[in-house]
Design a protein around this ligand. Structure first.
Ligand code: NAD
Ligand code: MG
Length: 383
């Protein structure tokens, strides 16, 4: 039995990870954490009987403690409790399925404790990749990508890293593919939450509509695979069948294909270097029929270029891009700003920021806070 802890077990990736646990049969859950959804967390605790659980919101943690007093699970509270779950359980691997920079401390705690990471929480690498990756190397920790594109890149590189020339990262294009700015200006959260191929948490679904997600993923790939962003080419691939590709020095291109189902990359991260029984439907290429590819429309969707710019500047700039985006998306999800404003606010936060080189975790958090503050101030002026 391989022991795993799941941070963010009540979310889209968290629940699909538990589905993989049910299907694989040789994975044991030793810790589960959530932000506030204690109804679902209670059900999960009763089913998987982990030794540890944590709830980010202290009052909810206290309530859960009472509810599950008849079990052997110890419930911790607050961000420190979540980080303790990451480090203290006897898991060999921690699945980081928390959304946003909120996952950073717990990911660092897990790495410090020598746990392998199945990384879904891309914001951790975007904001602090220059700290996370060297720390993982120092502690001998493997970071296995859960993000479908990065899992595809990882699988395609295999043992040929030294011949890697370029990464081709695919993007579905999201629900607003082909639209121009006039049309995008009218889009609401209801429109943005209808993703054509993937069923995901609200934040990443909006990120897929703005293409901020692809920008974040380019920075994530830079850290995971050690290529600069100019050697990572995004391409729109509407069917989400080819999850990404790599080009080697001889010009050969290798990609990974599969049905769009996050349980595939989740299972691969959990069972690597092995492959176990099927967790999803087989791919029927004849039924898919056609695979199509398009360039990114950078004038309608400026997010990819903004992310590349933030990565080239480096230091605290990617944390500003990410923090401004998290704050703007939260506003968009409560109808507090328009769709196009999300990337405008990111751009403004980046213009306003004086990046710190070789930042510490505290510098990164300060940059994140500054970006959020600037977004909030701009939203107040506008409303
Ligand atoms: P989600 O919103 O569905 O779930 C987020 C989880 O994190 C929940 O369990 C929630 O309780 C927890 N959480 C939220 N805020 C927290 C906080 N402040 N402290 C502690 N826990 C907190 O999100 P998701 O779609 O599952 O995405 C999770 C991560 O995986 C994101 O970084 C996302 O970019 C990445 N990812 C998701 C998908 C997908 O298909 N959903 C695909 C690739 C990558
Ligand atoms: Mg992805």
């Amino acid at each position: 039995m391989k022991k795993i802890a799941i941070l963010g077990s009540t979310g889209s990736i968290g629940t699909q990870t538990l589905d993989v646990v049910d299907k694989e049969g040789d994975l044991e859950v030793t810790a589960l954490t959530a932000h506030s959804n204690i109804d679902l967390l209670e059900k999960q605790i009763r089913k998987y009987r982990p030794a540890l659980a944590a709830v980010d919101q202290e009052d909810k943690a206290a309530e859960l403690r009472l509810r599950i007093a008849d079990t052997d699970t110890r419930v911790l509270g607050g961000p420190e409790g979540v980080a303790e779950c990451a480090a203290a359980s006897d898991a060999e691997m921690v699945v980081t399925a928390i959304v946003g920079i909120a996952g950073l401390d717990a990911t660092l705690a897990a790495i410090e404790a020598g746990k392998d990471i199945a990384l879904a929480n891309k914001e951790t690498l975007v904001t602090a990749g220059d700290i996370v990756m060297p720390l993982a190397r120092e502690r001998g920790v493997n970071i296995l990508p859960v993000d479908s594109e990065h899992s595809a890149i990882f699988q395609s590189i295999s043992d040929q890293k030294k011949f890697l020339k370029r990464i081709i990262i695919t993007a579905s294009g999201g629900p607003f593919f082909g639209m121009k700015r006039e049309e995008l200006a009218k889009k609401t959260r209801f429109d943005a939450l209808k993703h054509p191929n993937w069923n995901m948490g609200a934040k990443i679904t909006v990120d897929s509509a703005t293409l901020v997600n692809k920008g974040l993923e380019i920075i994530e790939a830079k850290h995971l695979f050690g290529l600069d962003v100019d050697h990572i080419t995004p391409v729109v691939h509407r069917e989400s069948i080819i999850h990404s590709l790599v080009e080697f020095t001889d010009g050969s291109v290798i990609g990974q294909l599969g049905v769009p189902d996050m349980r595939l990359p989740i299972a691969y991260a959990l069972t690597w270097p092995l492959r176990k029984g099927p967790v999803s439907q087989p791919l029927d290429l004849v039924r898919v029929g056609r695979l199509t590819f398009y360039e990114i429309d950078n004038s309608a969707f400026p997010a990819v270029e903004l992310a590349k710019k933030a990565a080239r500047i480096g230091g605290t700039m990617p944390a500003v891009l990410n923090g401004a985006n998290e704050e703007a998306v939260a506003a968009f999800l409560r109808d507090g700003c328009g769709f196009l404003e999300i990337t405008e606010l990111i751009e403004r936060a980046m213009e306003n920021h004086r990046p710190v080189e070789d930042p510490t975790v505290d510098d990164i958090k300060a940059a994140d806070a500054e970006a959020r503050e600037l977004v909030r101030a701009n939203l107040n002026i506008a409303s």
